[in-house]
Structures are given as structure tokens and as C-alpha cells.
Design a protein. Sequence first.
Length: 254
Amino acid sequence: MNKTELYRQWLREEDAARMQGWDFSHLRGRYEEEQDLPWNYEQAVRTFLRPDKELLDMDTGGGEFLLSLGHPCNKTSATEGWPPNADLCRHRLVPLGIRFQQADGGGPLPFADGAFDLILNRHGSYDPAEVCRLLRPGGMFITEQVGAQNDRELVELLLGEQPLPFPRQTLACASEAAQNAGLRVLRGEQAFRPVRFWDVGALVWFARVLPWEFPGFSVEACRERLCRAQEILDRNGVIEGTIHRYLLVAQKDK
């Protein structure tokens, strides 16, 4: 494929870069990540999930993971702040009897004190003090987060050196904040693992749906760097970066 054809393909990927919920199925077979984390988030959740527990999933996306848990709907609540995903949640979750509120996870949430036995947050923002307020005594908070160093090689490949968008996104900072809010940290793990792309178009789509990581990225603005990425792919058969993740499990003492 010549450079003109590649450029047109990249523009098509840029135009296709839209998501509802948190759905990366467009890239199925074209990239991989989170294949070898040292923990299993679902397993960590199910360790504490019981049918009689009141559950809140913060920043639920389109509710994909929440629904996979199969928790009783009358014991389930969810929040999501991004308007397109919030609309999706109203159509997907509310008819099932799940209590849904459109709200930014980093601010106050419209629920009573001590409303929940278990609060989940996967890759979303949260206020540890608000989490503590919402938990019942003995309640659990489980979060998996994207760390500050996530995808840095890929960002530099496409944009050059950039400041970290969220420099305090580390396990140490999250643990300290949880403890200061009144939560007791039971488990904390951090991992750096590879992310791999097998075509540059997949990287284009990925960068466009993550503007907070790839600020100002466009095919036109980054055309020369995309050609450099194509050269790496042609030489190595893959474009690799590194993801940064951490898991935190904390409890509100009785």
C-alpha cells in the first residue's frame, strides 16, 4: 500500500473514531492490552459481591461491565457523567430497574450517606471523601485506574514529548488519599504491561478516542509521525507501548 492509500485509510479511521459506552470492538484483532495484568478485576469484585449487597458502579460507561456481573437490578445503582454514555445508560440500565444518575464521579453524588455496601470504579474519576461518605460501615471500595505513565511511548511517537495529563495518578497517591479520607487500604497493586498495535490505522482510532492522552492529535497534523509509525510497523511487525494500571481495594471501618 503506497503512502497516499495509507493516508486515506488513516483518515477513514479518524472519521470512524466514535464510541458509545466503553467499546473497543472496532479494534478487535488489531491491538491488544491488559492481557497479562497480575490481578483480575472481575474476580476482585466478586470476592465481595453478594446478592443482598447494595452496589454502586461509578463512571459506568455504558454499563457493560456492570451488567456482566448479573447483580440483582433492585440492588444496583450507577453513575456516568459523559452525556452520550449517560443517554445510553438511560436506555440500557433504567428499563431493567437499575437506579441511574448522570453525575461526574469526581464530584458530589446524589445518594444518601451510607447507601452502599460496595462501590466500584474502573478507569473513572472519584473523590475518596465522597466514596467514604457513601459507604456503610464495613463497606468496600474497589477501583482499577489508568496510571500517570500510561501509553507514554505512543504519545511521544505521535506528538513528541508532552506533559503528563494526570501526574498524581499513582498507587502511592491513591492510597494516601484513601487513607486521608477515612478508608483502610486492604490491597494495592501496580503494573506496567505492553500494548501492541498491528496496523497504524488502529493506532489512529485509538488516539482519537483518547483525546486526554493524545491532545491535539489528528491525521493531518501528525502525518509525518504516522509515516514514521508505519516504518516501525514495517520493520518490526508491531508498534508497542506500555500501559500503566493500578488496583486499590479499601474498606470503611465499622
